[in-house]
Design a protein around this ligand. Structure first.
Ligand code: ATP
Ligand code: MG
Length: 410
């Protein structure tokens, strides 16, 4: 894509009304814009990143057997009364239709997916089944915070599993832990599996936490693998790890990007979701649920991958793979390499803007954080080479076209 045609421009200054690194950088670089606290528009570059995140998550969820659906955001009060959450879910947005009917805006979808599953699950032969969706959620958060980290409107992947036994649920739950670790790794995030309060059915739920000083959570962990959310952990500074009993525990701030729960029969009971067993009797379906915040994940990537000049996108989610800068009037050569890269199916943002100084182009490139920067200038043309630099590295290399394509393709 030609940068001269791009809808957004970078801003000279950071926004004054944002505290989080992710919001400051994303707004200044033109990835998102704020409509009101906790509510943002995704602009062309930002949407590309979000879609890349979405595609990786979708691929992983399909691989584990998930079937994608899309459920309504607008939901009747009755479903929420059925589980008691019309009263207890504090962040639930409630509204009235023109007929005076009371409705909720979906903050999570157990109240919809369970009655839905009931229409199709009859016998043990129908189980297990895995349903998921990727959808905008609404929560009236009391303190929307730090850009995309805590929104009132945000993108979530919510996955629900339905099983005939606790054992089957437990096996699948363990499998999902691995799938989650791998998914976040592909997204450029190292996550810790952290025990957190589990609700009614099991002792713990498990959170996927990314260490970050801007995180809202505090976790207590040890290199042996032990990790607990401070909310449920009685340990204090300098205590010994209760698991390996050798090392001293560490305490750090972290961002919860995912959360998985064994729900058991918590939701199948109020909706009477039952199946016929092999023996012919009726049993309640056992459930698990598995969430990932996509917009929060995008924020977490920036909180952990940026420098004083801007964002450093991991290749897997970057809006483009290559940022091609034309310095001075080198249209012919710059366009040539642009076409070559396009033919090689490499996603390129071509800074073809005239009347923008080299300094500004470099600064914009660092701010946008695209993994590879290629410069075409009088100097590189004289040398019959291209200047290549990785956003994550300091050193600049002069390379031939062949070397350039080889490096970028890997
Ligand atoms: P938190 O404890 O941070 O409020 P939660 O435990 O209520 O989150 P879940 O219901 O488990 O969240 O939602 C699944 C995932 O959705 C979370 O792990 C998080 O990544 C994301 N998420 C939840 N609330 C928000 C929000 N307000 N803004 C952005 N992402 C969110
Ligand atoms: Mg949670």
């Amino acid at each position: 894509m030609l940068q001269s045609q791009l809808f957004t421009k970078t801003k000279k200054e950071f926004p004054k009304d944002e505290e989080g690194k992710n919001a400051k950088l994303l707004i200044r670089a033109g990835f998102i814009e704020k409509l009101m606290p906790g509510v943002y528009s995704f602009l062309p570059l930002g949407l590309k990143v979000l879609q890349n995140i979405e595609n990786i998550i979708r691929e992983e969820m399909n691989n584990v057997g998930g079937q994608e659906i899309l459920m309504p955001v607008l939901q009747p009060k009755e479903n929420w009364q059925q589980t008691g959450r019309w009263q207890t879910f504090n962040a639930l947005y409630k509204l009235k239709s023109r007929e005076g009917k009371e409705l909720a805006l979906g903050p999570t979808h157990e109240e919809v997916v369970v009655p839905l599953a009931k229409k199709f699950i009859n016998s043990y032969k129908d189980l297990p089944i895995y349903l998921y969706q990727i959808q905008t959620k609404f929560r009236d958060e009391p303190r929307p915070r730090s850009g995309l980290l805590r929104g009132k409107e945000f993108l979530m992947k919510d996955f629900y599993s339905f099983h005939e036994s606790t054992k089957d649920l437990e096996n699948f739950y363990e499998k999902m832990k691995k799938v989650y670790l791998e998914t976040f790794k592909r997204l450029g995030l190292e996550t810790k599996i952290v025990e957190a309060s589990g609700g009614s059915f099991s002792k713990y739920s498990h959170e996927f936490q990314v260490l970050s000083s801007n995180g809202e959570d505090e976790i207590i962990y040890c290199d042996c693998g032990f990790a607990q959310n401070k909310e449920i952990c009685g340990l204090r500074k300098n205590d010994k790890c209760p698991k390996c009993k050798r090392r001293t525990i560490k305490i750090a701030r972290a961002i919860e990007v995912g959360n998985i729960f064994k729900l058991g029969t918590k939701y199948s009971e109020p909706f009477n979701l039952k199946f016929k067993t092999k023996k012919g009797d009726e049993k309640l379906v056992e459930m698990g649920c598995y969430g990932i915040g996509l917009s929060r994940t995008m924020a977490a990537i920036i909180e952990t991958s940026s420098d004083e000049k801007g964002i450093i996108w991991p290749e897997s989610v970057a809006p483009f793979k290559v940022h091609l800068l034309e310095l001075g009037d080198q249209k012919k050569q710059a366009e040539e390499i642009y076409r070559t890269l396009q033919k090689a199916k490499i996603d390129v943002l071509f800074d073809d803007r005239q009347e923008v100084s080299a300094g500004e182009k470099f600064a914009d490139s660092d701010l946008l954080g695209i993994p590879y920067r290629i410069v075409v200038s009088e100097k590189t043309i004289k040398a019959k080479k291209f200047e290549l630099k990785r956003r994550s590295e300091k050193k600049v290399k002069l390379v031939t076209q062949k070397e350039l394509l080889k490096t970028i393709r890997i």
